[in-house]
Ligand binder design. Structure first.
Ligand code: PLP
Length: 406
């Protein structure tokens, strides 16, 4: 690809994020909410958000209000949803920035009402605040439990009548969408339909209703409602390995580093902390200047050659040997002597034989989400915005106010 980096870097292909957004819109035919929380799953929140919108996303979503405020401050227009408030959340700032905040409880709605009362009335005569309601349909994490739906919807409707806010959305989140045959999916979808019916009976008429993350958006047409919330698929990673059809998603992140040392190892030499691995024969070893301080999982260390994570050096995959340390790790070069400075690709789209984030996830006993989100530390992040990978006119589906699947 590019000349070897002198220092370790994360390269983000913005054209891939744009293309992935467009592919998701084309496949689901549903308005796309691009999830860019946790610094865009490690890809850069603002850059990922812009690329997703250029590719056809109509709205953005993040966990924390602070992330949503940062997106607005960076100049991103339109709907920005957040859902994880805390006792110190500055609702006034959220309202002033026109964010969609999520409420799980009557107590939260009371706090938002107080902030809305202090907010200047909008000149247009529209709503003061924009609030979405999250119902728990079986994930049993955030969201209003079923026993509180009625009270939540009644309080939400009263706030609309008092001019505090407009309820712009009602939503929920799947527990098992990466396992499409899991019975919880049907149960949650059924519960969500009940919640929407109750919300309607309470007099609410939200702009959007949404349940599906990437896996469900791709695999469960019945659960698309009036929008889908996709994160991992935007970054080109598989939300449900073993189940997802090929819809042309392309991994957007490549992690590269220079090789910084090559040395010989005698048979029996113990490598790295604890001598977790010993050379069985004479070989050569390469030193890579990245470690768990940069988000390389220490779980990538394995004494078992069959399960060790690998990197691409000089055209071949090389297994990690011995423990991953804070700042560095060692790979087996099997007698080869690439020059110091040679390019090491930890993972990428896989085009040149390099491992993917999915390969790393399997080697580390985790999910691809964690591999890309935790990477960072001292690495620089660079953006490839050549746009050569994809040229298109975005199709932006926006939620239809009526005639939706509700
Ligand atoms: C992170 C998250 C998403 C995105 O999930 P993906 O599986 O990455 O598509 C959607 N909704 C909620 C509530 C989330 O926390």
């Amino acid at each position: 690809m590019n000349p070897s980096p002198g220092t370790p870097e994360i390269r983000v292909d913005l054209g891939a994020i744009r293309a992935n957004a467009a592919r998701l819109v084309a496949h689901t035919k549903a308005p796309l909410i691009a999830v860019v929380k946790a610094d865009g799953y490690g890809h850069g929140m603002v850059e990922a958000a812009r690329a997703a919108k250029d590719g056809g996303a109509f709205a953005l979503a993040v966990a924390a209000p602070e992330e949503a405020l940062a997106l607005r401050e960076a100049g991103l227009p339109g709907m920005i949803l957040c859902w994880l408030t805390n006792p110190d959340t500055d609702y006034k700032a959220c309202i002033a920035a026109g964010l969609d905040v999520t409420a799980y409880s009557v107590a939260e709605l009371d706090a938002i009402a107080e902030a809305a009362a202090a907010a200047p009335a909008p000149a247009s005569g529209g709503e003061r605040a924009r609030v979405q309601l999250k119902v728990d349909t079986g994930l049993t994490r955030g969201g209003a439990p079923r026993s509180e739906w009625e009270a939540l919807f009644a309080r939400a409707r009263r706030g609309e009548q008092e001019g505090s806010w407009r309820i712009t959305g009602v939503w929920s989140h799947f527990a098992c969408s990466d396992d499409p045959d899991h019975p919880a999916n049907d149960e949650q979808e059924r519960a969500f339909r009940e919640a929407l019916a109750q919300a309607g009976a309470a007099g609410l008429d939200p702009e959007i209703t949404h349940l599906s993350n990437s896996a469900a958006a791709i695999l469960r047409p019945s659960a698309r409602f009036t929008a889908v919330r996709c994160g991992i698929a935007l970054y080109g990673l598989d939300p449900a390995p073993g189940h997802t059809p090929d819809i042309g998603l392309r991994p957007a992140m490549t992690v590269r580093a220079p090789l910084v040392m090559v040395k010989d190892a005698e048979p029996g030499a113990g490598v790295s902390y604890g001598h977790l691995w010993r050379a069985e024969r004479e070989t050569t070893l390469g030193l890579i200047p990245l470690g768990y301080g940069d988000g390389i999982p220490r779980h990538a260390s394995s004494p078992d050659p069959a399960t060790a994570a690998e990197v691409l050096v000089a055209g071949r995959r090389r297994p990690i040997r011995g423990r991953v340390c804070m700042d560095q790790f060692v790979v087996d070069l099997d007698g080869d002597r690439p020059p110091v400075g040679a390019e090491v690709v930890l993972f990428g789209p896989g085009d040149d034989g390099e491992p993917t984030a999915q390969d790393w996830a399997e080697a580390c006993g985790t999910i691809n989400y964690e591999i890309v989100t935790r990477i960072g530390g001292r690495m620089s992040r660079t953006y490839d915005d050549s746009g050569d990978t994809f040229v298109h006119t975005p199709t932006v589906h926006t939620p239809a106010r009526h005639g939706s699947q509700g």
